[in-house]
Unconditional design. Structure first.
Length: 287
């Protein structure tokens, strides 16, 4: 949900759409700079969660952050930015911060994974007492993006936690899984995908799902979200996730395109959010 007009309005927008949980950016996703959060805004946001019972709430970290960068200046800036993201989320009482692990660019994948793990330790160790968790998001694997295989995520987690980082969580994205080459639509393939994840990392690490259909086919490694049932995940893929008893209590959020029918600064629900939510809830009702 948009935070235009102030963070508390995101809670109101989620409530207007009938959401039970929420994901936001706590600052502009495309800027390094973040305005300070006034204590009154923090209090109003926390009160909004209590009044509406829209929770848990997660933040998505800025897209500029690249912990894998071979450029030390950019990597240092990314580490500082992630630390700020964690601090803001903790102040707001958020359950987690979702992070794209990073891109190795001119280095090698192995070097990039090591730099992500080391940076994660540096950022999280001073924040070991935080209630807000860092969630590594499985990616589509576009370009030199890392984290598109369970093996890569396993390397980051083992190296980071082995060096003293707090326990890391996972965010799974249905679009990214399919684009990265994993099967969700066929039951046998879905079982294989989740079985591999459980073997390598453990299903208990999954803290959040992003429910998005994929404009591009399985294995394309191109990250393009579309509406539920309108892409290559398909209704069967979402049905498998939604009806899997292992995820019955897991928060799941949409990152699907908006219709853009809300007036500037308004809180009324976006019609495509409502449509996508109806589709998902109908899959649950039909099980």
């Amino acid at each position: 949900m948009s935070i235009t007009g102030g963070l508390p309005l995101a809670i109101e927008r989620a409530n207007a759409a009938g959401c039970e949980c929420l994901q936001i950016f706590t600052k502009s996703s495309g800027q390094w700079r973040a305005r300070p959060l006034p204590p009154a805004e923090i209090s109003a946001f926390r009160e909004g969660m209590d009044v509406t019972d829209v929770r848990p709430v997660f933040a998505h970290a800025s897209y500029l952050i690249n912990l894998a960068s071979p450029d030390d200046t950019l990597r240092d800036r990314s580490m500082a930015a992630l630390g700020e993201e964690m601090d803001r989320a903790e102040a707001l009482g958020l359950a987690g911060v979702v992070l794209h692990p990073g891109s190795f660019t001119t280095a090698t994948p192995e070097q990039g994974l090591r730099r992500i793990a080391d940076a994660t330790v540096s950022v999280l160790r001073p924040r070991a007492t935080f209630d807000t968790r860092l969630l590594l998001e499985h990616t589509a694997g576009q370009g030199t993006n890392l984290g598109h295989t369970f093996e890569q995520l396993e390397v980051i987690i083992k190296e980071a936690e082995g060096a003293g980082a707090p326990v890391l969580g996972l965010c799974l994205d249905t679009c990214h899984l399919v684009a990265a080459g994993y099967e969700l639509s066929e039951q046998a393939g879905y079982d294989d995908t989740l079985g591999e994840l459980d073997t390598r990392i453990g299903l208990e690490r999954v803290s959040l799902w992003h429910l998005n259909d994929s404009k591009t086919p399985r294995g394309s490694r191109v990250d393009r979200h579309t509406h539920i049932g309108a892409g290559h995940v398909g209704l069967d893929g979402f049905r498998h996730v939604l009806t899997d008893p292992r995820f019955a209590d897991h928060p799941m959020v949409l990152e699907t395109p908006k219709a853009g029918n809300r007036r500037a600064g308004g809180v009324e629900a976006d019609e495509m959010d409502l449509e996508n939510l109806r589709t998902l809830r109908q899959l649950l009702a039909d099980r």
